[in-house]
Design a protein around this ligand. Structure first.
Ligand code: CO
Length: 297
């Protein structure tokens, strides 16, 4: 990878760190999730970057892929745990990070995913390129289980590429037979999820997040759908976007449905623990170096 690209990954990470800090100071009990989402996404833009995906705001048993609707009335309430997963990109070069806040009595659950990501990164730092992915997964699983929780087995860390939020390799949160190793200059997001529930997530309904599946399309006859598609290709390319980002378009729901039927868009339904356990998450992005690694976030 070129130095110029590395610099953009780092710059995206720098902006993310700043917004992450501001968001931690900003968020409090009683706020609507939509206010939090707007605060974070606006700060990313003010920082000179763009959201790499709609900020995911997950309450309690939700693990991922929930972003508030335009008129969402959901609020942060006493005893909730709240996860913020944000992505920042500069020209498609992405930084991805998540943290969980406690409004009740779940310090240990939050500590479990936090320690897991810290220890996993420490391993990569010690060994650098060539470290096996299994070793990272094993570290994550151990850190979560020793605190009495379950890692979520069907959610994984992932590589990051230009305009791709989830590329190879995947980094499981439980030890999985895998001989794959990390390579120098790979950009990787490590994201353990810990739960007091089953450790597997299932899909909910009413997705608010979508992304372009393929860049070549034909046969979209509907005028509104064509306009929306044009906007998506120009603004978001293959990065995920929120329905609430497109409210200026007429017949939005109908058009999004058409584009999904034509296999042009994919949707991301909210994911929650199968037994409705509480879920915490921690995530950081790293650049793998020959003998260490560098955290961008
Ligand atoms: Co991620």
């Amino acid at each position: 990878m070129k130095q110029k690209e590395i610099e953009k990954y780092k710059q995206a990470g720098k902006i993310l760190r700043e917004v992450r800090k501001e968001s931690k100071d900003y968020i409090e009990e009683g706020q609507k999730l939509i206010e939090i989402a707007k605060f974070i996404e606006d700060k990313i833009k003010q920082g000179g970057a763009k959201p790499a995906f709609p900020v995911n705001i997950s309450l309690n048993e939700i693990a991922a892929h929930y972003t508030p609707k335009k008129d969402d009335q959901t609020k942060v309430e006493k005893d909730d745990i709240l996860t913020i997963d944000m992505g920042v990109h500069i020209d498609g070069y992405i930084a991805d990070s998540a943290y969980t806040l406690d409004f009740g009595d779940n310090k240990e659950l939050i500590q479990a995913s936090k320690k897991a990501v810290e220890k996993a990164i420490q391993k990569v730092e010690e060994k650098g390129a060539g470290i096996s992915i299994t070793e990272i997964s094993q570290t994550i699983e151990y850190q979560i289980k020793k605190r009495g929780f379950n890692p979520i087995a069907n959610l994984t860390g992932h590589g990051l590429k230009k305009y791709e939020t989830h590329s190879e390799p995947s980094i499981p949160n439980v030890k999985t037979p895998n001989s794959e190793k990390l390579h120098e200059n790979q950009i990787v997001a490590i994201e353990p999820f810990a739960t007091d529930g089953s450790g597997r997530v299932k899909e909910g309904s009413n997705p608010q997040i979508f992304s372009l599946k393929q860049t070549k399309q034909r046969g979209v006859r509907d005028r509104n759908a064509r306009k929306i598609l044009k906007k998506i290709k120009k603004e978001y390319k293959t990065l995920p976007f929120a329905k609430r980002w497109l409210t200026q378009f007429k017949k939005l729901n109908f058009s999004l449905k058409k584009l999904q039927q034509k296999n042009i868009l994919r949707s991301y339904s909210p994911l929650k623990d199968r037994e409705n356990g509480l879920v915490s998450q921690a995530e950081e992005t790293i650049i793998v170096k020959e003998n260490s690694c560098e955290k961008t976030t």
